[in-house]
Design a protein around this ligand. Structure first.
Ligand SMILES: N[C@@H](CCC(=O)N[C@@H](CS)C(=O)NCC(=O)O)C(=O)O
Length: 241
């Protein structure tokens, strides 16, 4: 297998779960964080099948779509065990449930998800923040219910569902290097997570072992400097900071 290259922006967003799956699977990969002219060229090249990232380049092929990529990684590493269709179904169902919960996110009167205010320069005001926290609590409760008494969503070891959920939690509740103007949002989400003892314990478990170095190497994602044009990623649904 050639050394895979994961191309994404210098954000957590839709690329982070794939990074986590690769790191946890101990796959030596190039974390290609693209911006500016390099991104403009990549977007229109044959390397970018749908003009969007993430893209995983491996063995001369260019794989797009974050969920399809993470399944591919999981098939290679065992985190998506194709010999166990029930386990694969459960992992997929958790990921689909994440989508359902994200689709229920509060929106502005214009129909824009309030979470997109994370991309703005102004701190999110109290009222939309309260709505976001409420939605996040429902997400926590749903994930906690699906996790049940298992150590991981994948049972004894993490599956791609664990990486999917961890990418979100470590982008918000446990993001220690997030955008300063929104630090009160990270803090409020973190406080909400603490109310869920089960999911908090899982979050702690996910932060141990193979993930430690990945999490330690994380740096502040400067949203505005990485976007190809002001608000572009915002419009395209990069819902995670
Ligand atoms: N369904 C795709 C969506 C990918 C997507 O929305 N990518 C955004 C970044 S999060 C993007 O490439 N935006 C820039 C653009 O479309 O020009 C996936 O899950 O991979």
């Amino acid at each position: 297998m050639s050394k895979p290259i994961l191309t994404y922006f210098d954000l957590y967003g839709k690329g982070e779960a794939c990074r986590m799956a690769l790191a946890h699977g101990k796959i030596d990969f190039e974390d290609n964080r693209i911006t500016g002219a390099a991104w403009a060229a990549f977007k229109v090249s044959e390397k970018c099948p749908n003009g969007q990232v993430p893209v995983l380049e491996i063995d001369g092929k260019y794989l797009n779509q974050s969920k399809s990529i993470i399944r591919f990684i999981g098939m290679k590493t065992g985190a998506y065990p194709i010999s166990d269709p029930f386990a694969c179904h459960f992992a997929d169902a958790v990921i689909d449930t994440c989508d359902d919960e994200m689709n229920k996110q509060p929106k502005s009167p214009e129909g824009k998800p309030l979470i997109m205010m994370m991309f703005g320069a102004d701190p999110i005001p109290a009222k939309p923040l309260a709505a976001l926290v409420e939605a996040r609590k429902k997400y926590h409760a749903k994930m906690s219910e699906l996790l049940g008494e298992k150590k991981f969503f994948g049972g004894d070891k993490p599956s791609i569902a664990d990486f999917w959920v961890a990418a979100s939690i470590y982008s918000f509740e446990r993001n220690t290097k997030g955008k300063e103007a929104q630090s009160h949002v990270y803090a409020a989400f973190n406080a909400a997570l603490k109310e869920d003892v089960n999911l908090t314990a899982w979050t702690d478990r996910m932060g141990e072992g193979a993930f430690e170095s990945l999490l330690r190497s994380r740096r502040h994602a400067n949203l505005r400097s990485v976007l190809p044009e002001p608000g572009a990623a915002d419009r395209r649904g990069c819902e995670r900071a």
